[in-house]
Design a protein around this ligand. Structure first.
Ligand code: PLP
Length: 429
């Protein structure tokens, strides 16, 4: 299958080309040439096997098609279990069992496996340059660590990520170069954008990106929704409805695409933090990006959700139909804190601040009488956000083994001025 840009001003690309490019040359996002067609599904058992089935139509005819099975085996080495909650017919889909304890590990590992295969026949190394406000950079660094022929340069805003996040970003070494930038996340992102647009530089240093709009991260995120919904349907005969904590809409868009392919997924509700651009749109206002505000669920502090273009594409640019298809609500910091402490006190359940937005929305839907089997996407392990969660539950959290192993390694990040010239020098070095 080929891929086209949401902005219709770039040539169609093969899957491999779209994976390597990241963003389409017209600034749009790559989407499949053909909208998903519903088909019949049955579970193949494991996450990797269900991933292969759901990704197969997108790999058809591409140079990577023969590798798809191996890519799934290589990327999906940890589980995504659907775990019942204390409230009847409610579940969490635990997406935090990967190396950096957040769902971004799935997409980052699949992209890394894909790019390293595409890189096999290249004589010159590829540099992945990525700006992060915390979680993305760690997942990308972990996924690409020690892959031959690839170097990663991660930029993060110095002093504006949690100490544990900073440690994860700096602890890899080898082919991972971490820059702590004396500026904001927006500065980091602007520097990366400039590098990706610098044709002179790219003649000497081939570059690619690994941010959340990359097709290589978006498509594989369907895998855990497909796996959970198919196994749940096989066991209970019920479709799985989802609440997804949402920032850039990448994770939620994967669920929406999977549903479009006919997987047994019912309603999809989108929980945001106080950054309410999406809820305002779904409640009837015009789509209007805003400057982001800082919240306790910081990986969702997004004022202009980049994957919104993909959502509009899927609904044929028909905003009325789009509005009718989703429920979306904003959950502020006070409600996040309330959910975390109450669910712990009542049931011993512990959620990260992002997951808590979705739990709050599910409680709201249940209070309105919404029926059926529901799952909240648990996007990060609570121990990643211990400074928020531990005071609310009044006890220390056990750190997952993979995360603990990272935190034991020494960490180092180079200081970097918030100017493109400083990044360019590093990339040429
Ligand atoms: C990135 C992230 C989100 C938001 O995901 P999007 O794909 O940007 O909507 C939610 N929770 C956590 C923990 C994250 O790291």
């Amino acid at each position: 299958m080929n891929f086209v840009s949401t902005r219709h001003a770039a040539p169609a690309a093969s899957l491999s080309q779209a994976l390597a490019a990241g963003l389409a040359p017209d600034g749009g996002l790559y989407v499949p040439e053909v909208r998903p067609q519903p088909q019949a599904w049955s579970t193949r058992g494991s996450l990797a096997a269900n991933a292969e089935a759901v990704l197969a139509p997108y790999f058809a005819g591409d140079a990577l098609q023969p590798d798809l099975s191996a890519l799934c085996e290589q990327a999906f080495t940890f589980p995504a279990p659907l775990v019942p909650l204390s409230t009847p017919q409610d579940h969490v889909l635990e997406l935090f069992h990967g190396p950096t304890a957040a769902f971004k590990d799935f997409g980052a590992r699949f992209l890394a496996a894909s790019l390293s295969r595409l890189q096999r026949d290249q004589s010159r190394p590829l540099t992945i340059v990525v700006a992060t406000s915390g979680d993305t950079g760690a997942a990308v660094a972990a996924a690409f660590h020690r892959l031959p022929g690839i170097r990663v340069v991660v930029l993060y805003p110095d002093g504006r990520v949690s100490p544990r996040q900073a440690h994860q970003l700096g602890c890899f070494g080898d082919n991972i170069h971490t820059l702590r930038v004396a500026g904001s996340f927006d500065d980091c992102q602007a520097m990366v954008k400039q590098a990706l647009g610098d044709e002179e530089l790219q003649k000497q240093v081939p570059l690619s990106s690994a941010n959340s709009i990359s097709l290589g991260r978006w498509l594989p995120q369907m895998s855990y929704y497909a796996d959970a919904a198919l196994n749940h349907h096989a066991a209970t005969g019920e479709v799985l409805n989802l609440v997804v904590p949402t920032g850039n809409l990448g994770n939620a868009m994967a669920a929406v695409l999977a549903r479009g392919m006919g997987l047994p997924i019912g309603q999809i509700a989108l929980a945001t933090n106080a950054n309410a651009v999406l809820p305002r749109f779904f409640h009837g206002a015009a789509y209007s990006p805003a400057t982001s505000v800082a919240t306790l669920a910081n990986a969702m502090d997004v004022g202009a959700p980049s994957n919104f273009e993909r959502l509009r594409w899927l609904f044929g640019e028909d905003d009325v139909a789009l509005r009718g298809a989703f429920r979306s609500e904003s959950v502020d910091d006070a409600a996040i804190q309330e959910v975390i402490s109450r669910r712990y006190a009542e049931a011993g359940e512990v959620f990260c601040p992002h997951t808590a937005t979705a739990v709050h929305l599910l409680e709201q839907l249940r209070a309105e009488g919404v029926q059926g089997h529901w799952a909240v996407a648990a996007t990060a392990h609570p121990a990643k956000f211990e400074s928020v969660v531990e005071p609310l539950i009044g006890r220390p959290l056990e750190v997952p083994a993979a995360l603990a192993a990272l935190l034991e390694r020494p960490a180092k990040a180079e200081p970097c001025a918030p100017e493109y010239a400083a990044l360019r020098e590093v990339l040429l070095g």
